[in-house]
Design a protein. Sequence first.
Length: 181
Amino acid sequence: LKVISPLMARWLVETPGTGQAVDSYLQIDAYSIPLAGVTFACAALLISLGKTRALVPMTAILVVVDIALNYIFIFGKLGFPALGMRGAAVGSIGAEFAAGAFLIWYIRRTFGDSRYGFFCIGKLDHRVSELFGRLAAPIAGLRFVQDLRWFVFFLIIERLGASVLAIANIVYTCYLVFCIP
């Protein structure tokens, strides 16, 4: 993502300022990928164990922290510099970190360290890693297609102007918060 985003921004986004903003966002937001992986893994574990109660507060934490940090870092509040689009990426990283930390805390509190050995570092079994890779590949492919659909949508909207793009981003954020299960 860090290598491809400058090329994507230059080739696909029509407005140079918007292209630079997209690239600056992706350069920072790329660091949230491992954090999102932790959050998804913890959520999948809780779902598979039938302990989904923690997912509602995790989602609330994610949304509230994201909104608060975006406000702080985009507009430069509480003594922080105004970072604009880069501030949105910093806010996203903070929100993913908070959600992942909450789920790890919940799993440790609920199941302890020894019952399932979740946080015990042991020998890496390559067969298990290969099995997880095969199981995760279709889900990753589906997620890629879903994200690609939105990416193309926003490329089309971007050609209509910056204000239309801003409105579409707000609508998309509301969709993510209220419509995605």
